[in-house]
Design a protein around this ligand. Structure first.
Ligand SMILES: [Zn+2]
Length: 63
């Protein structure tokens, strides 16, 4: 899957965090750079959310 905004290949974590925060069945997921820009937060905030969801064992990140 690639980011529809910048065309970059998405990592599993980027897909998972987008689905976790926006829509669980999302087919068009943004990369963390474009997602952070859309949310108007620093990109590190997305990294923090990924780490947080992993730490609580969110199943989107473990499969
Ligand atoms: Zn992007």
């Amino acid at each position: 899957m690639t980011c529809p905004v910048c065309g970059r290949e998405l990592s599993r974590d980027e897909i998972a965090v987008y689905r976790r925060l926006v829509f669980r069945e999302a087919d068009d997921c943004l990369c963390k750079t474009c997602f952070a820009a859309r949310l108007r937060v620093p990109e590190e905030e997305i990294d923090r959310k990924i780490a947080h969801f992993k730490s609580i064992g969110c199943t989107l990140f473990t499969k």
